[in-house]
Design a protein around this ligand. Sequence first.
Ligand code: XMP
Length: 516
Amino acid sequence: MTDANNKHETVLVVDFGAQYAQLIARRVREARVFSRIVPHSITAEQIKQENPVAIILSGGPKSVHVDGAPTIDPAIYDLGIPILGICYGAQLIAQQLGGTVARSGRGEYGKAKLTTHGSSVLLPEEVADGDDVWMSHFDSITEPPKGFTICVSTPDAPVALMENFDQKIFGVQYHPEVIHTPHGQELLIKFLHHIAGCRADWTMTNLIQESIETIRLQVGNGRAICGLSGGVDSAVAAALVHRAIGDQLVCVFVDTGLMRLGEGEEVVETFERTQGIELIHVKSGEEFFDALAGVTEPEQKRKIIGEKFIRIFENAKQKVSDANFLVQGTLYPDVIESGTGHAAKIKSHHNVGGLPEDIDFDLVEPLRSLFKDEVRVLGSELGLPDEIVWRQPFPGPGLGVRIIGEVTPEAVEILQKADLIVRQEIREAGLEREIWQAFAVLADVRSVGVMGDERTYARPVIIRAVTSEDAMTADWAKLPYELLETMSSRIINEVDGINRVVYDITSKPPGTIEWE
Ligand code: XMP
């Protein structure tokens, strides 16, 4: 995927090790320019070989002053390639070119109001004094290097944007790549299109072509296996790998019986019939129900489902004994999440398709640098139906974590019906893409009601609908009352065994999105 054979223009995003580079790379892709992330140990000579159209120095750790703070070969400033430093990257430019980065002792985190100074080539025209920008820094540039002008400042950053137009070197202290900085993307576009003169002709189709080549190179004549969960990520990964290696890919779909109504058939329809992928469909609902009989403790349920899943997947895999590659739909946020060893375990996540550690496979992870919404675009380009591409996140253990108490076939049937109503009504109201997740939960209590002169004593359904950016935090969705009313009356009328519907108005934190 390099520009070594000059297939297309490349922007190099230099990684200083603090999770910013991928988001910047993604914004560059949105500006229709191909980007590649490189480590900060890259030399100016190596950069020259790559012949990039621009270089972006990303954010990084707290301070350029700490021992061992990452740096970059200063000869890059003499290459004549346009350079944009963001946050840490801007401080590094200041420090390396003779400006001053002061330990102010006072950081600036979150929103800050900007003040402009004179004209700027980089700043979008729409930006005005008093606009917000998103800050996250401890040190501040107090003195720009010679030849730079100060174009923007904020209360705690005297040099929030500096530029040296002659040398085409720019530094922004704030984060144009985050959505909280209004016109941030326009700033990046100005840098890429106007200053660096990029053609802006890169598309997802290029990405598909490049991924196909990379997958072919990796797999060669080997055989690959992919566990399908019905979710977007594994679906897109499978479709992409199938494009690359065709019959060398076999998919395994373990139908746990804990999926949403009609989901199993839909997976078979899409993959076997539409995409023509060889599919091993293991219907194993009964096995899961047997293993879950009498179990009510949430973590125990998750553990049982996870272990059973792996065992069944392993068995199915025996049928493809010559497979030496395993395809996984790992996305960039998954890479980050599993990389942060200090995060507290809230719930054990057993991802369908997730595998034991001792497995002897080479991983094929073609979506590793992408974000969810990019994967959706890719899925559509690959011809996957909207039902799969726009599917909301669904937990690996399925409805098993949405049934409080014992998971029985009857409980699953009730929940599947209620869940379908919730999703149908959300779609009908046109809210499907706005809502992160909307689903039903079956509670393990009974309450008294009256239906047609009869006293009832039955279970409630809880409707859960949340908005979220990334599921790390979430807000309960302010659904219109009329919509809630329709859901409620449909559930009561159409689902036997339910006599009450309640709406969960808890955000995350303190709640979680799922109930178990
Ligand atoms: P919580 O309930 O922890 O969920 O707020 C956050 C997001 O993760 C999904 N989720 C899971 N996904 N395997 C998964 O693949 C799991 O075991 C699992 N548990 C929760 C949940 O639907 C939400 O989007």
